[in-house]
Design a protein around this ligand. Structure first.
Ligand SMILES: Cc1cc2nc3c(=O)[nH]c(=O)nc-3n(C[C@H](O)[C@H](O)[C@H](O)COP(=O)(O)O)c2cc1C
Length: 344
């Protein structure tokens, strides 16, 4: 079993970096058009993009999304990501820690606190593992291993349904989530993996007491596509192909939340799934997100090297600061109210 998780993770890292596993359509953020403020009446140097997340201050509202851990390759990847996140003071979400639960020898890839002592680190476990026997105890163990500020539970029923030997017993997960929220010493974040949390799931999660929801919408990396590329038979691949672009975008969900009073809440929303620049982060924040998050752009940069990763994070920061400047927003609060071009 252990070898198969390790092999799968290795394949995921290789295939996820390919362009043909991105969705055919974007996250829809180009429809969010800020009105340019040619007379901003602020200095560029005044712009502050600082925010608080999980009780810690970030230099910009950004998190490196959950990716990997447990293999040799991902140990190095995680160390790179942790170094960069600490250097730039952004949050870091770890990949699924299932392997660390099943094999204590694999825990090193998730023990990054020494490299990243001051930033929010988020542990991660799959919904299917939470629902399994010992699920709650294992989830709490993940927090301990990572010395985490929060625990992410990922919901990926489409990926599991397409994966050979995937976990498809999902009845009872809602109750397990409710119990986890009640017993976890740190906040629980619930996310998808790129096919999206829609308004109905969002409401269900609020009802379970979840206070942090990562939309992980469609428009970026397609896990249906990744699993289809890994399919062993033409028959399996044919089943998966139709789901390549399946899902709801973060733009659609954020818009639905904004226009539906019964979905308004104090929950913090993390926008991810197809965010590809600091301008995208700004647009997601304008639509109601607390912070933005991305996986694939940071994976590709990290595979090039530490400097490339650092450069991308810096570029996103500068793009966000420029967007604030040209929308006359001295800070993120002002950006949230920046006028949009609704229609011309
Ligand atoms: C290589 C790779 C591994 C991933 N592994 C995990 C994981 O273990 N747990 C998880 O919650 N999400 C995982 N994801 C999903 C991402 O966190 C994210 O939700 C998704 O890729 C969409 O973001 P993107 O379009 O910016 O890539 C992974 C993504 C990539 C690219």
């Amino acid at each position: 079993m252990s070898e198969s998780i390790t092999d799968r993770k290795k394949q995921h890292l290789i295939i996820a970096a390919r362009d043909d596993v991105q969705m055919g359509q974007s996250a829809g953020l180009e429809t969010v058009r800020f009105e340019p403020r040619a007379l901003p009446e602020i200095d560029f140097d005044e712009v502050s993009t600082r925010c608080t997340f999980l009780g810690k201050t970030l230099s910009q509202p950004l998190m490196i999304a959950s990716m990997s851990g447990g293999t040799e390759e991902s140990q190095q990847l995680n160390e790179r990501l942790a170094q960069a996140a600490e250097q730039h003071q952004i949050a870091l979400a770890l990949g699924s820690m299932r392997i660390a639960i099943e094999h204590t020898a694999k825990r090193g890839a998730f023990e990054l606190r020494q490299i990243a002592p001051t930033i929010p680190i988020l542990a991660n476990l799959g919904g299917a593992q939470l629902r399994a026997q010992q699920g709650l105890a294992n989830a709490l163990k993940c927090i301990e291993i990572a010395q985490a500020d929060a625990l992410v539970i990922h919901l990926n029923p489409l990926q599991e349904a397409l994966q050979q030997g995937g976990d498809t017993q999902w009845r009872g997960l809602a109750a397990a989530l409710r119990q986890l929220v009640a017993e976890s010493p740190v906040p629980v974040v619930v996310k998808e993996v790129g096919h999206g949390i829609g308004p109905t799931t969002f409401r269900q999660l609020l009802d379970l007491g979840v206070q942090y929801i990562d939309l992980a919408g469609s428009g970026g990396t397609s896990w249906a596509a990744i699993e289809t590329k890994r399919a062993n038979t033409v028959h399996q691949a044919a089943i998966g192909e139709v789901f390549h672009n399946f899902g709801i975008t973060l733009t659609e969900t954020l818009t639905a939340i904004a226009s539906t009073p019964s979905l308004h809440s104090d929950a913090q929303i993390i926008a991810s799934g197809g965010l590809r620049s600091g301008l995208d982060v700004a647009r997601a924040i304008r639509l109601g997100a607390h912070i933005g998050s991305a996986a694939s752009p940071f994976l590709k940069a990290a595979q090039t090297g530490q400097q490339a990763l650092s450069d991308v994070i810096e570029q996103w920061h500068e793009q966000l600061r420029i967007t604030c400047f040209i929308t006359a927003s001295a800070n993120l609060e002002a950006l949230r109210r920046a006028p949009l071009i609704e229609s011309l």
